[in-house]
Design a protein. Structure first.
Length: 434
């Protein structure tokens, strides 16, 4: 196994230029499973901002108005401590998941991979054809046919990018607001339309040109593999013991006894390389560019079927399983991560249960003195500052205000929250002291 592959990445040529990847269209059982998962997640991503629970958006991240909905539950800036705990839980969960199963999130659940592989590349296969046709089209002169194909593909890519930008905008400002903007027309909301077009251009750039470079260069998750993975982690791995044999790989020849000649099951067909969306050779071992998409597993299984060899030359396995035939075990390291994760989840659940529905502060208006009125009545003016931490109608007992005014007073103030706005109604009354 050569080690010079680690000196550079597969998407850069020796001259330092972009090496455009033309992956073969994948097929197989894992690819079918990925399609089911991807389409489910796509439907969820698109529908989530338009689904409402008790009239409230399912997911909302309105930073400007400081309003957040998660699974229909409201959260406010006062709940920032919950966000911190949730982020720590997310980091620990990612660490545990990576230690156990490698970069499987990238290949199966990452929005970048789902959009690129299950949306944009499938459109590209439909318009430009499979790997061979794409390479020929790329090298062909700019004829009318090539121009038509390029314009059609780029136009569809732009429209999808614009649609994705609108979906993300619904998460930020709310689906009702987005629909209102669409109804009013773009010219009525240029301050929103301009950022929307900028995000459309960003998405178009990522999916039409930058592509797998996001996973290799921009995303920091790939770098975590070197810290978190070990010989016991389950990753997409090449069984080098079986594939190399004693005398290495060899091209397939019919009726040849490869085992007697000391050659492994790998016939050096390079199909695992051709189908890889990041252009790596999985036979070189775990690499930064590998997103665990399983395309090489499906392709290798197909080749093994074709030459009457058992499947699994490339499969989900750990290094210890390949070299020492050790099955996956829940290690002490994983148990430690799990213990921390369970404790943090318990803390978060407890904090959610102890979370107040309303916070209220009653303070005298600064610079305002009391007023003495007829019939021995003393009048004061107060500021009522409230934070509504739920979306449900709540009636606040006026005892909050009455106690603030006078311990001996039995008068009450009526506060009630009847809508999702930030305003409360308050019936101000003069309090007569005994």
């Amino acid at each position: 196994m050569e080690e010079n592959f680690r000196d550079s990445i597969g998407t850069i040529t020796e001259e330092g230029k972009r090496n455009w990847i033309f992956p073969k269209k994948p097929s197989g059982r894992y690819y079918d499973y990925r399609k089911y998962v991807s389409y489910f997640l796509l439907v969820f991503l698109i529908a989530a901002p338009f689904v409402k629970i008790n009239g409230h958006q399912f997911l909302l991240f309105n930073v400007l108005d400081r309003r957040f909905n998660i699974f229909g539950l409201p959260f406010w800036p006062q709940d920032f401590h919950l966000v911190v705990v949730s982020m720590i839980i997310g980091v620990i969960f990612i660490a545990l998941f990576t230690v156990a199963y490698g970069r499987i999130f990238c290949g199966w659940m990452c929005p970048q991979t789902i959009f690129l592989e299950m949306v944009f590349r499938r459109i590209e296969y439909w318009i430009d054809g499979d790997r061979g046709a794409q390479i020929r089209l790329d090298k062909a002169p700019w004829t009318g046919k090539k121009i038509r194909k390029r314009l059609l593909k780029w136009s569809i890519f732009f429209l999808i990018s614009f649609f994705i930008a609108n979906v993300f905008l619904a998460y930020l400002i709310g689906s009702d607001q987005l629909i209102a903007y669409i109804t009013d027309g773009p010219m009525a909301h240029l301050s929103t339309m301009v950022p929307l077009l900028i995000f459309t251009a960003v998405f178009y750039f990522i999916f039409a040109w930058f592509r797998e470079q996001v996973c290799i260069i921009a995303c920091p998750y790939g770098r975590l593999q070197g810290v978190l993975l070990d010989n016991k982690s389950i990753v997409v791995a090449y069984d080098h013991k079986r594939g190399e044999g004693e005398n290495g790989r060899k091209k397939f020849r019919k009726n040849e006894d490869r085992e007697a000649l000391g050659h492994g099951d790998c016939i050096d067909c390079f199909q695992c390389v051709n189908v890889c969306p990041t252009g790596i050779d999985i036979r070189n071992g775990t690499q930064l560019e590998c997103v665990n998409c399983t395309a090489c597993i499906d392709e290798c299984d197909h080749i093994m079927d074709s030459i009457n060899k058992p499947k699994g030359l490339i499969r989900y396995a750990s290094e210890d399983e390949i070299t020492q035939d050790k099955k996956f075990k829940f290690t002490a390291r994983m148990k430690g991560y799990t213990a921390v994760l369970v404790v943090l989840i318990g803390i978060l659940v407890g904090m959610l249960f102890m979370r107040n529905e309303v916070e209220a502060n009653v303070l005298r208006l600064p610079g305002q003195l009391y007023e003495r009125k007829d019939n021995n009545i003393i009048s004061n003016v107060y500021n009522v500052s409230t934070a509504m931490l739920t979306r449900f109608t709540i009636g606040l007992p006026a005892m909050i205000l009455a106690r603030s005014l006078s311990p001996s007073s039995s008068s009450t103030f009526s506060l009630s929250k009847t809508s999702t706005s930030d305003s409360w109604s308050c019936d101000r009354k003069a309090v007569k002291f005994a």
